[in-house]
Design a protein around this ligand. Structure first.
Ligand code: B16
Ligand code: MG
Length: 213
């Protein structure tokens, strides 16, 4: 079968699994403890962005200045709450259509990979039963620069051995769509990024991917 893209690289949080609500809960708790304003609009800016960069965005509303050591402590505190919430994660938290779409892509002969900013990627994949399922995993543990830098997607493509122009990235964050395009890849936007103008494709559901690959 003709393939337009040899490889499909999936963002994790917000594309494969609904961990985005756990990030929101964990950041909300930290912001409340520190008496910092936090809402859905600010949360939207955290999608696809690394933990420390997310913290910097939250601290824009803080009335006091934090030292680098205090910032590390805040990020660690948020991560502990987040990790606690991940304890409840199961395969049932995968977003609708994910399992069928991934297996259809494999049947058609595509390589599939994860490209996530999250350092918690290994534990998340294990909790949802997808450890070892992807042909390659690139995550926050292997990169210096997070989205919108293309590093994580280039790492995934390199691990697959597929040139960037033969890769399609699936993203729910504008930062991730921009990262894919900067890396010379095509981008399909879903969920909160759906109307992102830099994307090549807009997906109403993950199964729509099968129309374009
Ligand atoms: P962690 P993705 C991203 O995952 C999240 O969207 C973002 O909200 C989070 O800050 C980032 O991972 C880092 O996560 O604190 O677990 O290392 O969308 O790139 O899969
Ligand atoms: Mg995401």
């Amino acid at each position: 079968m003709d393939r337009r893209y040899e490889a499909i690289i999936f963002d994790l949080d917000g594309v494969i699994v609904s961990t985005d609500r756990y990030h929101f809960l964990a950041w909300s708790q930290l912001a409340w403890q520190e008496r910092i304003e936090f809402n859905e609009e600010i949360n939207h800016r955290l999608r696809g962005v690394s933990r420390m960069e997310s913290l910097e965005i939250i601290l824009e509303k803080a009335s006091k200045r934090y030292t680098p050591v205090e910032k590390l402590e805040l990020a660690e505190r948020k991560n502990e709450v987040y990790r606690g919430l991940l304890g409840d994660l199961t395969a049932g938290d995968m977003l609708p259509g994910v399992v069928d779409t991934l297996s259809a892509l494999r049947e058609r002969g595509h390589k599939i990979a994860i490209g996530s900013s999250s350092k918690n990627t290994p534990v998340i994949l294990e909790r949802i039963g997808l450890s070892g399922y992807f042909d390659a995993v690139a995550d926050g543990n292997g990169i210096k620069h997070s989205k919108p830098d293309p590093e994580v997607f280039l790492l995934a493509a390199g691990r697959l051995g597929i040139p960037p122009e033969q890769c399609l990235v699936v993203e729910d964050a504008e930062a991730g769509v921009v990262a894919a395009k900067r890396g010379g890849m095509a981008a399909a936007a879903i969920g909160e990024a759906r109307n992102c103008k830099e994307a090549d494709y807009s997906l109403g559901s993950i199964a729509d991917l099968l129309l374009y690959v």
